[in-house]
Structures are given as structure tokens and as C-alpha cells.
Design a protein around this ligand. Structure first.
Ligand code: NI
Length: 184
């Protein structure tokens, strides 16, 4: 059940199942300032529930077949890499065409699952700080800039706000998951 929260981690879902799940959870409307606030607060929330915990609590699943806190952090970082990169591309480039990569594909080229929680989480927060420093000053119009996104079915037009919303909404489900793991 826990694993299925993550779109990417589900067992070979069809494109239709993927897009249905995306619509249900990650497309929840968020205004620009709501998305920014969530992107700022969610890493703080993870820090708040993990601060001072011994390594074993962060690296050991609460029970067999479950995820550890560190297991949840790795795909969070992968999603932040992918969707953060697309946000930057859409802002910086003039209507780019982006061949989207599923974060679960990207994670295989990283060492995130093998990293220790503390340095991995520091890197995650540093990246988020950089993303927020980039996003906060953007004029409202920039959030409507688009890219043509290929690589996931037929090409689609995607905006900066859509990617920011996905990042914020997707992360939110996993922040709650982390809170459940450490309180369990
Ligand atoms: Ni996920």
C-alpha cells in the first residue's frame, strides 16, 4: 500500500493508470504561493521529525517489506532532480522540447538509495534552497511558460506551475509517510 503511493514505484502501471493516479493526487490545484510555501515547508517538516534520531531509526524499515525513512528520501530526491530540472529549463529556454524521464529510471543512475540519510538529506535541502531562490523572484507570467514534453505518450504542453505542483503534491504524500514511519 505504501509503495503504491509513489507513482513511479508501482509495479509496471499502464500509461492510463499512471495518468489517472497523477490526476487524482498530484494535479490538485495549488496557487503559485501555495506551491512555493509547500516546497519550502516540506523539507522543514522532514527535518523536524527526523532530527536527533539515531541512524538505525532512519535506515531500518519499521517492519519487513516496509520502507525506511532513507528509502523514501531517495525517490524524493530523484523527483526533485527531474522536475526541478524541467522547471529551470522551461524558465531559461524558449519553449524547449523536453524528453521526460521517469524519476524511477533516473534514480538508477544515482547512488541515492545507498547514501547515508544525513548527507543525502543535506543535499536535498541545499537543492531545494537553490530552487526556491530561483522561483521566489519569478514574475507571475513565468509560471505559465511551457515546454513540449515527450517521452510519456503523445507530446504534451506542460507549464512551470504544473511541474512545481507535482513536485509539491507528490512530496507531500511522502512527507506524511516519513512522519508515519518515525512515529510507528
Ligand atoms: Ni513517489
Amino acid at each position: 500500500m505504501v509503495r503504491r503511493e509513489c507513482v513511479g514505484a508501482a509495479a509496471t502501471p499502464t500509461p492510463n493508470e499512471l495518468s489517472a493516479r497523477f490526476s487524482a493526487v498530484y494535479d490538485q490545484p495549488l496557487a503559485i504561493d501555495q506551491a512555493l510555501t509547500r516546497l519550502e515547508e516540506q523539507p522543514e517538516a522532514i527535518a523536524a521529525v527526523t532530527v536527533g534520531l539515531p541512524r538505525a531509526r532512519l535506515h531500518t524499515p519499521p517492519s519487513g517489506g516496509e520502507w525506511s525513512v532513507n528509502d523514501v528520501l531517495a525517490p524524493l530526491r530523484s523527483c526533485a532532480d527531474m522536475w526541478g530540472k524541467y522547471i529551470a529549463m522551461i524558465i531559461v529556454e524558449d519553449h524547449p522540447t523536453i524528453r521526460a524521464m521517469n524519476p524511477t529510471t533516473w534514480i538508477k543512475s544515482t547512488n541515492y538509495p545507498e547514501l547515508e540519510f544525513a548527507p543525502s538529506f543535506r543535499a536535498f535541502r541545499k537543492q531545494r534552497d537553490e530552487l526556491l531562490a530561483f522561483l521566489w523572484p519569478l514574475p507571475k507570467a513565468a509560471w505559465s511558460r511551457t515546454a513540449t514534453v515527450t517521452g510519456a505518450g503523445r507530446p504534451r504542453e506542460r507549464t512551470v506551475l504544473e511541474y512545481a505542483r507535482w513536485l509539491a503534491n507528490h512530496e507531500r504524500t511522502h512527507v506524511k509517510h516519513i512522519a508515519r514511519i518515525v512515529s510507528g
